[in-house]
Design a protein around this ligand. Structure first.
Ligand SMILES: *Cc1c(COP(=O)(O)O)cnc(C)c1O
Length: 479
């Protein structure tokens, strides 16, 4: 086939589009049958990786051949989009969002300054306001920024908090979070110029939530020592266990101690669309800023995160900047310039990939899907709680269930043997290639997690997962 020119004609565009669409539809249709983890041998995987390190050729190639190569690369992976992905926090990737993104990239409108494409900027703002006000319950005057993910959202929140509370004198600023906070919280603080030694780990209560009394004591002790506490970061749905920190109490503490209150709801935030989620995330509306990750619990493609803030002016004050080359740009109207709210200037209209699915499917479709995840997680909890060989330490707040092999007795040696047995159990479960689970450490114990987030995971796959887990747990001689 003749290589396609940089600017293909209508027939060529249509042909190229058809080839890509066919691939994608085939892949998507077959997701349920695909292995949950890569089926390649380590040797085959290494060869494939090596082949993809080659530089591009001078003369173009055949699209069909290239797409077949892409499929090989995509197959050499954890199947993050499939129904069996119960590891980490799944990102399932809506088809409608992919189509929106294709349109978006082909039209290629500028997203850094609102006046360049004002209606599309308004479309993006509508998505942000929906997340800030309808999803999180923040008041008028709230707003935010679409980011590439939760880490970037937390980074901009930290910069805003720092600017607002510390000005330019960073040296004595201190940050408070727990051992279960996502590592992006400490990373954001370091990137924002806060020394690692000023990032405090607040103890947690036995149910793995931040202890507000301990947080209060630490803040007061630091202030007494001449430091400047400026940021308290709670988690609404920890990555490890899906646990929600006591948001009301922590909001009260932040207010009394006059520190910025950020909530990392990258995983948990969108569950507020459901009745159970609204109850469990009560207090989220008191935050100064909130991290959300549409690429997790709104099923968007990776690269879709959000920061919402109570007071958009605080975010703006920390991030604004301009240059004389921008003097021809009209001042923005009611829609803020996203380039003045975060570190990036040029970027795509990020809101489009959320706007189209939200308008096409309606909010209820997302609410129902998230409700289903909560049901499935409760079912996992109840079923695994009935397996004598397993220990299920807590009821899930959201859609993550943790479990591990039950130790023979309370001794340290028995706990170590159980940890080893749990490690082998995870391998055996994942070796089925129907589901992928992951592990973490909870209170020094090796712990497995089932995290139900994909919009493609339904009761049939969870029933199969429970059969596999139960059978493998029973095959074990208990530690
Ligand atoms: C995933 C996650 C993050 C990090 O978000 P990225 O989108 O991966 O950058 C932060 N916090 C929590 C609670 C998360 O689950």
């Amino acid at each position: 086939m003749h290589p396609f020119p940089l600017e293909p004609d209508r027939a060529a565009m249509t042909e190229m589009g058809r080839l890509v669409l066919e691939r994608v539809v085939d892949r998507t249709e077959n997701l349920a049958a695909r292995p949950a983890t890569s089926a390649l041998s380590p040797r085959a995987e290494a060869d494939l990786v090596e082949s993809f390190l080659a530089p591009p050729p001078d003369r173009g190639g055949d699209l069909k051949v290239l797409l077949a190569r892409l499929d090989q690369a995509a197959d050499c992976a954890l199947e993050t989009a499939g129904p069996g992905h119960l590891a980490y926090i799944p990102g399932s990737g809506l088809y409608s969002a992919a189509l929106a993104e294709f349109y978006n990239r082909a039209v290629n409108r500028y997203g850094g300054l609102a006046s360049v494409a004002p209606a599309l900027a308004a479309l993006e703002e509508s998505v942000i306001r929906w997340m800030a006000r309808d999803v999180c319950g923040l008041p008028e005057g709230s707003g935010g920024l679409l980011t590439s993910g939760g880490s970037m959202a937390t980074f901009s929140a930290t910069v805003a908090a720092r600017h607002h509370r510390l000005g330019e004198d960073l040296a004595c600023g201190t940050v408070y979070t727990t051992a279960f906070a996502h590592h992006s919280v400490a990373k954001a603080a370091r990137l924002a110029g806060i020394p690692a030694a000023r990032i405090r780990t607040v103890p947690h209560t036995p149910d793995l939530r931040m202890d507000p009394h301990a947080a209060a004591a630490m803040i007061r002790a630091d202030r007494g020592a001449g430091l400047r506490p400026f940021l308290l970061v709670a988690t609404a749905g920890t990555t490890d266990t899906g646990t929600v920190d006591p948001l009301h109490q922590l909001a009260g503490l932040a207010r009394r101690e006059d520190v910025w209150f950020h909530i990392d709801a990258a995983y948990g935030g969108f569950f507020r669309l459901t009745a159970r989620g609204e109850e469990r995330l009560a207090g989220i509306e008191k935050a100064d800023s909130i991290t959300l990750d549409p690429h997790k619990t709104l099923f968007m493609p990776f690269g879709t995160g959000t920061l919402v803030v109570r007071d958009i002016a605080a975010l703006h004050a920390a991030h604004d900047g301009t240059g004389s080359y921008l003097q021809d740009m009209r001042a923005a109207g009611s829609v803020p310039d996203s380039g003045q709210l975060g570190p990036e200037l040029t970027h795509e209209i990020r809101g489009l990939r959320a706007w189209l699915p939200l308008h096409l499917h309606g909010v209820d479709a997302f609410r129902e899907a998230l409700d289903e995840k909560l049901d499935l997680a409760e079912h996992v909890h109840d079923t695994l709680s009935g397996v004598a060989e397993l220990e299920v330490p807590q009821r899930p707040d959201l859609s993550t269930v943790i479990f591990r092999v039950r130790p023979a007795d309370g001794s340290r040696a028995a706990a170590e043997r159980a940890d080893e047995a749990s490690r082998r159990l995870l391998e055996r479960i994942n070796d089925h290639r129907r589901i992928a689970l992951s592990s973490t450490v909870v209170d020094s114990r090796y712990t497995l997690r089932v995290c139900v987030v994909s919009h493609r995971t339904h009761h049939d796959r969870i029933a199969e997962a429970l059969k596999i887990i139960t059978a493998e747990a029973r095959r074990h001689t208990t530690a």
